[in-house]
Design a protein around this ligand. Structure first.
Ligand SMILES: *Cc1c(COP(=O)(O)O)cnc(C)c1O
Length: 384
């Protein structure tokens, strides 16, 4: 039945845990940490990632990502670190895209050396840079697209073809796109990770992570993850499941609004630059079009020099200056003072992150309200 591939259908129904006793519409929450070992499930235990709620939600993310198996974690970083630790050991080498989430970057620089894992970070992921980075002990390629905060696009088919030719495992942080806008498994990427704290949770009130991949890879990840203990409580698993029922509705609305707002900003005389893969002016617009269903709710832009950035932020009435992203409410931040503050000014410059750059996460408010808010803040912050 083709209907089963409809995103809204999957969000609501895939992996639904039925209330067999009372026939309720929503999933019961199983909070037990002690299960009868003679019962239907063997060795059920939250840290084994195998309680009824965890397993059911794992099926939903697997269905959304067109993968065989899914697993739910206590945070995005718990998911990311479990993937690294499952496939890399002392003496191995990994190739990573440079523009990855700050926490992941930190994990690499703080932990890999202790573990004896060698790594190469590449500025632009293309065939040449991948080939130049390949070593005899390379095991994995790790990417993130669209990237934060510049919304650069990495070619999924190119990465998976390179990895397959060299027997490497590929992993992607798919948080920015969400499974509604991008399903990397369809392009041959092996392991798909989300910070569910972002779009999957979507209401700025859950910290969680997910991994989806083949059954075979999942077995390996599970074997490692259960030792590190990054599971999510079943109450929060339930809350995440409820949030994910509206994932497609939210993301589609956010993507449509973001496109309208990006077009508005691009034409505005007080805006120097807009980074949004849905704009024809984005250097990788065609690549984005070929691998994304829509361009997402994230963008970044730079104000013209005659705009005072702090006055601009103070005058926003709807858009909320906040860390984190992908909630129902629109949020904005300056990466230089927040997400990328731990990079040196030189590193930021190297990566093209200007001190004037603002990262904007479009919420579910009407685009015209957000545009009016931006317009108002711009007019009040113009240096006369
Ligand atoms: C937030 C985020 C993470 C980390 O997720 P946590 O839930 O905070 O651990 C990883 N990748 C991306 C792209 C993120 O935005």
């Amino acid at each position: 039945m083709k209907e089963n591939r409809n995103p809204n259908y999957i969000c609501v129904h895939a992996g639904q845990l039925k209330d067999e006793i009372y026939g309720g519409a929503t999933a019961p929450i199983y909070t037990s940490t002690a299960y009868d070992y003679r019962g239907p499930g063997t060795n059920l235990y939250p840290r084994y990632f195998n309680t009824p709620n965890q397993v059911a939600l794992g099926k939903k993310i697997a269905a959304l990502e067109n993968s065989e198996a899914g697993m739910i974690f206590g945070s995005g970083m718990a998911a990311i670190s479990a993937v690294f630790l499952a496939f890399l050991k002392s003496g191995d080498h990994i190739i990573l895209q440079r523009a990855i989430y700050g926490g992941t970057s930190h994990f690499v620089s703080a932990e890999f050396e202790k573990l004896g894992i060698d790594f190469t970070m590449i500025e632009h992921v293309d065939k040449q840079s991948l080939e130049a980075s390949l070593k005899s002990n390379t095991k994995m390629v790790y990417i993130e697209t669209p990237s934060n905060p510049l919304l650069e696009i990495t070619d999924l088919s190119l990465v998976s073809a390179f990895a397959k030719a060299n027997s490497l495992i590929t992993a992607i942080d798919n948080t920015f796109a969400s499974p509604i806008n991008q399903t990397p498994a369809d392009f041959g990427i092996d392991i798909i990770i989300h910070s569910a704290t972002k779009y999957l949770g979507g209401h700025s009130d859950i910290c969680a992570g997910t991994v989806s991949c083949s059954q075979q890879h999942m077995e390996r990840i599970w074997n490692t993850a259960k030792n590190y203990g990054g599971s999510l409580s079943d109450q929060t698993v339930y809350l995440l499941e409820r949030s994910m029922k509206t994932l497609a509705l939210r993301v589609k609305k956010q993507s449509r609004s973001a496109k309208k707002i990006a077009k508005f900003l691009e034409k505005h005389s007080s805006i120097k630059k807009v980074n949004y893969p849905g704009l024809k002016s984005h250097p990788q617009h065609q690549l984005a079009k070929s691998q994304m269903n829509a361009y997402g709710g994230m963008m970044s832009f730079e104000l013209e020099d005659d705009i005072d950035q702090s006055i601009f932020l103070e005058n926003l009435e709807v858009i909320f200056p906040a860390l984190s992203l992908a909630g129902v409410e629109s949020t904005i931040l300056a990466p230089t003072t927040t997400s990328h503050s731990l990079l040196s000014p030189e590193e930021r410059k190297e990566q093209g992150i200007s001190d004037r750059l603002l990262r904007f996460s479009v919420g579910i408010e009407e685009a015209r309200i957000l545009i009016a808010d931006l317009e108002n803040a711009i007019s009040k912050s113009q240096n006369k």
